[in-house]
Design a protein around this ligand. Structure first.
Ligand SMILES: [Zn+2]
Ligand SMILES: [Zn+2]
Length: 201
């Protein structure tokens, strides 16, 4: 049987150990990468992009409004003293309101700026989960003090694009443990549970 083609989202592999883990997972899944998608262009989400091109011939796909963030990854790495292979030119073709069809999988693209100006999340309605990047975390939200960040915009994205999903949907966050839409809508201390779009102080 031909190996399954898998989607790789936010490749953060940055050292040989992390690449080994990634490739071991592919062996277990009997899969090979078929495409790379980015929720946004921050350094920690794009560290593996050069390797994905080099190893698998895949360029990352990103929302056009976040190319600016992506292009800042290399200067940011230099600023923080983090080693980073130059990320390859991205394909800026992700558009909100579209559904990406991939093998047996369909992903709705939702536009969720605020943490980064062109951040998107990928909703898998069939499996009832959302690949949420750095928008909504278990008990927290993405930071908004980086270039292109804006707290009110992030709150609006969460209320309009995340809290409108069914409450049983799992949120697979870019950092920390997963959560559900319902749990965050009820208890998230950063964004008002009533969904008014304001950050609580
Ligand atoms: Zn980020
Ligand atoms: Zn991150």
């Amino acid at each position: 049987m031909a190996p399954a083609l898998v989607l790789v989202i936010d490749p953060g592999m940055s050292n040989p150990r992390e690449w080994d883990e990634f490739e071991q997972a592919l062996v277990e899944l009997e899969a090979v990468p078929g495409a790379v998608l980015l929720t946004h262009g921050h350094l920690d989400h794009v560290m593996g992009c050069a390797g994905m091109l080099e190893r698998y011939g895949l360029s990352p796909r990103i929302h056009p409004a976040d190319v600016v963030t992506y292009n800042f990854a290399l200067p940011a790495a230099q600023m923080y003293g983090v080693p980073l292979d130059t990320p390859p030119p991205p394909i800026a073709d992700l558009q909100e309101g579209t559904t990406l069809k991939w093998e047996q999988c369909e992903l709705e693209v939702r536009f969720t700026p605020g943490h980064a100006p062109g951040h998107v999340v990928f909703v898998d309605h069939q499996r009832k989960h959302v690949i949420g990047g750095d928008v909504l975390f278990n008990g927290s939200v993405g930071r908004t003090d980086l270039p292109g960040g804006d707290a009110a915009t992030l709150a609006q994205s969460i209320v309009e694009q995340m809290y409108t999903l069914p409450e049983e949907y799992t949120v697979l966050s870019g950092h920390g443990p997963s959560t559900t839409i319902g749990a965050e809508r009820a208890t998230n201390p950063m964004v008002n549970a009533a969904g008014t779009g304001w950050l609580q102080s």
